[in-house]
Design a protein around this ligand. Structure first.
Ligand SMILES: NC(=O)C1=CN([C@@H]2O[C@H](COP(=O)(O)OP(=O)(O)OC[C@H]3O[C@@H](n4cnc5c(N)ncnc54)[C@H](OP(=O)(O)O)[C@@H]3O)[C@@H](O)[C@H]2O)C=CC1
Ligand SMILES: Nc1c(N[C@@H]2O[C@H](COP(=O)(O)O)[C@@H](O)[C@H]2O)[nH]c(=O)[nH]c1=O
Length: 375
């Protein structure tokens, strides 16, 4: 197999892989906990089939593309954003499907980090005499599945912290009032941001002050999902950190029926409604958060979103566990008495956290900035 540099792929290869990546993106909300994968099949430089992994538990991208291509796949090329699987999971091995369809060449963006696959798909294809080229647009493919890759390689999900702040970096008034800092367009964008996550983590301070829902309200989306997508959408699990079990069950957060993990080390009420699960997480400080994330990975959570106040945000950052920070910045000044972005007890510049800006855009009247943290 060749793990080629860009130079050895043709412009047509690049065009087809870009197309497969766009297809993969369509699995953003419903493929989880599987990776988002796209596939294009060509014959004599014509597209004869395309597909993506639409819904967890259903056909993989290659199988959907092969179905569309039918007999035209024979002798053709398959462009896939991730190494075809070689194992029997919920569906049969995709490498076998490609072999049976008679494709001549497989071009992949990246190897599958899943230890059940990890090179096994490529080996199967090559043993069947298929030429395999990998490494085309590998970074773009990895960017589609940062949480899946993290879970496979580090047994923890990707942690994204989202904060809505004023232009002077404040997240709530001293009284706890914070609704609303950002405008309706940014809050709509947050709904879409939530939808790609397996879980939303919040703190007791937020629960008490905001009486939040923290669910995805698909009925409010400007561009709604299709009926079929709606039927398969899984609400992110709402993870409440409340170690003393002080929260009040009459709050709307508990009444909404999307699943909840109530995290603490105390025994809660005996009889909780079925959508609320008690989770015991041991340890203090960074250990506590590491253990929580281990449990998240054990439940196949790829990406988790923190939507909490400055205390929990600060604790997660200090533990070195935030991978990405998404800031929605409103054109408002809330003043020096208001709460900060993150409670970080720093005194010297050397303690400051360095970040890399990876995206910047305007959403309505607000700015959305995305930063990568290097932990
Ligand atoms: N602008 C924005 O984007 C947002 C603003 N807010 C605002 O923030 C305010 C609430 O913020 P805040 O008071 O900071 O509350 P948080 O929502 O951050 O809740 C505090 C949390 O921190 C946890 N915690 C503290 N220390 C530790 C530790 N060492 N280990 C584990 N957990 C720990 C607490 O757990 P425990 O209870 O177990 O001690 C609790 O869950 C509200 O006014 C709300 O409106 C909230 C969300 C977003
Ligand atoms: N104040 C504030 C936010 N606050 C966050 O949104 C939560 C409320 O979500 P929900 O009840 O589901 O609508 C709240 O608890 C807090 O986490 N978010 C924003 O995008 N902009 C804002 O100005």
């Amino acid at each position: 197999m060749s793990n080629n540099s860009m130079a050895s792929f043709s412009a047509f290869d690049a065009e087809m892989m870009a197309r497969a990546l766009r297809l993969a993106e369509r699995g953003l909300y419903l493929a989880r906990p599987n990776p988002r994968v796209g596939c294009v099949i060509t014959q004599n430089d014509q597209v004869v089939g395309e597909g993506y992994h639409q819904v967890f538990g259903q056909a993989h991208a290659e199988v959907n593309a092969l179905k569309q291509a039918g007999s035209k796949a024979s002798g053709g090329t398959a462009y896939v954003t991730l190494e075809p699987c070689a194992h029997q999971g919920k569906t049969g091995p995709c490498a076998t499907a490609l072999i049976n369809a008679g494709v001549n060449r497989v071009v992949c963006a990246m190897r599958d980090p899943n230890p059940k696959v990890d090179g096994g798909g490529f080996a199967m294809l090559q043993e069947a005499g298929i030429s395999v080229d990998s490494g085309l647009m590998a970074q773009q493919a990895a960017d589609l599945n940062p949480g899946f890759i993290k879970r496979m390689q580090q047994q923890r999900p990707l942690v994204r912290l989202k904060m809505a702040i004023s232009a002077d970096g404040r997240t709530a008034m001293a009284s706890g009032e914070s609704q609303w800092i950002t405008g309706p367009d940014a809050r709509q964008d947050v709904q879409r941001l939530r939808a790609r996550h397996d879980a939303i983590i919040t703190g007791r301070g937020t629960l008490v002050n905001d009486n939040p829902s923290l669910n995805v309200r698909l009925d409010e989306w400007a561009e709604p999902l299709t009926e079929q997508q709606l039927a398969h959408f899984k609400q992110p699990v709402r993870v409440l950190i409340d170690r003393q079990a002080k929260a009040n069950l009459t709050q709307q957060f508990f009444k909404l029926t999307s699943p909840i993990w109530w995290v603490g080390d105390k025994d809660y009420l005996d009889r909780l409604p079925p959508h609320i699960e008690r989770k015991k997480v041991v340890g203090n400080g960074a250990d506590f958060f590491n253990n929580l994330l281990k449990q998240c990975a054990a439940h196949q959570f790829n990406e988790v979103l923190i939507e909490a106040g400055s205390k929990l945000a600060g604790q997660f950052i200090q533990a070195g566990l935030v991978d990405e920070l998404v800031l929605y910045i409103a054109p408002k000044l809330m003043g020096a008495n208001a709460m900060p972005l993150a409670a970080l007890p720093f005194d010297a510049m050397e303690q400051s956290v360095s970040m890399q800006l990876t995206d910047c855009r305007q959403v309505g009247d607000d700015l959305k900035l995305t930063y990568q943290l290097s932990n």
